[in-house]
Write a protein that binds this ligand. Structure first.
Ligand code: SAM
Ligand code: GLN
Length: 290
């Protein structure tokens, strides 16, 4: 038997020793106990119920072994939506929520008069972006693709649970869209963008699918492929929204300017002040109406 306070302090100490962020302990306990943080603090000296204590210590054992908390829980939260996650999909990141905010703003700015906004999310993974955009902007008709049929299985389940109406297609980058002759107002992609030889945290590299992480020697492999083929799937007035690596601004600018000279583009920073999002505009004037 132990109290909440003793258990939390004990695991925070073990986290520090194992190089796991100690905030994980409270975050995990909040999810597991289905109680909010303030309620837990208010009853900090209470005995922990036995069942909860068992589950908590079993989960913490995995977390101390660097396994992501989202895998231990089986889900994570994205834009307020609950997303099932597992070893087949990337755990959706907070930076990607910011990408969704910026996409929704731009849909509103340019396409609010449209009846439907034809949109695709390439490499949908858990379905996090596709589901969020489809739920938040009812005019959107969303197609979501992935090369991994395992990932698509989880994405479909997430769409069902969150009641999002999405067309799923399996295939390599733009191919399934070209095959179906889809013409888009908005193309979204958070491709794998980690350079092949980058050294990464154990919690990422040992537990998350490598097909979701690595983007060739400079991390830009998938952007090159999309830039080369995007004219086949975009309408005349359209924009593309990408997530990108914080250290790719220069190489990315060069690539866009060389391969898409007819387009305007901008790179936006995330909340941490890091270059994180690329928007590319065709037939839409970035400055207009500002
Ligand atoms: N969109 C999700 C998100 O933002 O959380 C997942 C992004 S993850 C960085 C990249 C996704 O691209 C993975 O789900 C991976 O399976 C998929 N992918 C990798 N290579 C692909 C390819 N050639 N064609 C389509 N999807 C691919
Ligand atoms: N942001 C992820 C990470 O740092 C990588 C996502 C991606 O490659 N698109 O682990």
């Amino acid at each position: 038997m132990t109290t909440f306070s003793k258990a939390v302090r004990n695991y925070e100490k073990l986290c520090r020793e194992a190089d796991v962020p100690e905030e994980t302990v409270m975050a995990y306990l909040v999810e597991l106990s289905q109680r909010d943080r303030y309620d837990l603090y208010a009853n900090y000296s209470e005995e922990m119920p036995e069942e909860l204590e068992k589950e908590f210590s079993a989960g913490m054992k995995r977390i101390l072994n660097q396994e992501p908390m989202a895998h231990v829980l089986g889900y994570s939260w994205f834009y307020g939506y609950k997303m099932i996650v597992n070893e087949d999909v990337l755990i959706p990141r907070t930076e990607t929520e910011e990408l969704c905010v910026e996409i929704l703003k731009r849909m509103d700015r340019w396409f609010s008069g449209y009846e439907t906004i034809e949109t695709a999310d390439i490499g949908t993974g858990s379905g996090a972006i596709a589901i969020t955009i489809a739920k938040e902007e009812p005019k959107v008709h969303m197609t979501a693709t992935d090369i991994s049929t395992d990932a698509l299985r989880t994405a479909k389940e997430n769409a069902r649970v969150n009641e999002a109406d999405i067309t799923f297609l399996a295939g390599d980058m733009l191919e399934p869209l070209i095959e179906k002759n889809v013409k888009l107002d908005v193309l979204i992609c958070n491709p794998p963008y980690i350079p092949q030889d980058e050294v990464m945290e154990k919690s990422v590299v040992d537990f998350e699918p490598h097909v979701a992480l690595f983007g060739g020697s400079d991390g830009l492999y998938f952007y090159r492929r999309i830039f080369a083929g995007c004219d086949k799937v975009l309408k005349e007035k359209a924009f593309m929204a990408f997530e990108m690596g914080w250290n790719q601004r220069e190489a990315m600018s060069r690539l866009v300017e060389e391969t898409l000279p007819q387009a305007q583009y901008e790179i936006l920073k995330d909340m941490n002040g890091k270059d994180r999002m690329l928007f590319v505009y065709f037939g839409l004037d970035m400055q207009e109406g500002e």
